[in-house]
Design a protein around this ligand. Structure first.
Ligand code: GLU
Length: 297
């Protein structure tokens, strides 16, 4: 089942690329053909978040808007595209909510917990590392992917940065409220950390020489390298584990269990791998890895 779906997705991708590789909007058209099948007749126990969302036919989802491959706003459609977006659509579809019932809200790293806590979003799918500090204030389904902190430098690596120890005395950019920024503060205090609200601003700083390196998850950096026209390169030496979870309101165990079930099904039936192939995988050229094991903590 899984390999059949993947082959079908790859064939579609090939046709779409062959047909209109030069046209903008290719990715949008292609993902429209592969949209998750919306459950028409699902029923949920009254009073649950699932029942409420299903009844409303609407959900508000927080994601990134400036991270190629995971969550990147398409200015033509006004909607974000990427692996996180596809994972979110799979969950929405299982709630009986079609794509036009989804309101996408940009959640930058620092506002993910507050947006969940004050109900501005129903869930967050945004390269969001599951960790104990965050579990104090929100709950996580997943993980659905394991990334690792890495470093991006200017093409040719002029400073010879091979790992985090080489950041001593160098300027390195990351994002406020992210685990990579915290890791630099806690464990590499000799590095001069510059922070912004979003990673695209770090990329701008690297491009114009304001900083010597950018650090965050390898998969985010890979997307920025791919979009840099050869200006950047990835060091390629990940030094942490960043298990990506779907953030939701603390204590909503039914909703968390439901999302965990959906994730596990998508790992099994190939929807997860299809989503990877059409998004982050099409940037890296790498096959989808083995899906991680869901942690029902
Ligand atoms: N996964 C890390 C985090 O959740 C870094 C990526 C990000 O900032 O979104 O903080």
């Amino acid at each position: 089942m899984r390999s059949t779906r993947r082959l079908a997705a790859l064939a579609t991708l090939g046709l779409a690329l062959a047909a209109c590789s030069s046209e903008a909007g290719t990715q949008a058209e292609e993902s429209a053909e592969n949209t998750a099948e919306v459950q028409e007749d699902v029923e949920f126990e009254a009073g649950t978040t699932m029942a409420e969302l299903n009844e409303a036919g609407a959900i508000t989802i927080g994601t990134k808007f400036d991270q190629p491959g995971f969550g990147l706003l398409n200015p033509q459609t006004g909607d974000p595209e990427g692996f996180d977006v596809e994972i979110a659509k799979i969950v929405a579809a299982e709630l009986g909510i079609p794509e036009d019932g989804i309101t996408w809200t940009e959640t930058v790293s620092a506002n993910r917990e507050p947006f969940i806590q004050n109900g501005q979003v129903d869930m967050v799918v945004a390269t969001y590392t599951i960790n104990d500090a965050r579990k104090q204030v929100v709950d996580f389904a997943g993980p659905y992917y394991i990334a690792g902190q890495d470093i991006m430098v200017a093409e040719g690596n002029p400073e010879g940065i091979e790992g985090p120890d080489d950041l001593a005395g160098k300027t390195v950019c990351s994002v406020e409220g992210s685990t990579p920024a915290q890791n630099i503060r806690d464990n590499y205090p000799q590095a001069q950390l510059v922070t912004y609200d979003v990673y695209s601003k770090c990329a701008d700083d690297l491009r114009n020489g304001n900083v010597q390196a950018v650090t965050t998850d390898n998969v985010i950096l890979t997307g920025l390298v791919a979009g840099s026209d050869g200006a950047f390169e990835l060091v390629g030496n990940p030094f942490t584990e960043e298990p990506y979870g779907i953030g939701l309101e603390l204590g909503d165990t039914d909703f968390r269990n439901f999302i965990n079930d959906v994730l596990e099904e998508s790992f099994e039936d190939g929807r997860w791998a299809d989503a990877w192939d059409r998004t982050a995988g099409s940037i890296t050229g790498e096959e989808a890895p083995e899906p991680p094991t869901v942690d029902r903590y």
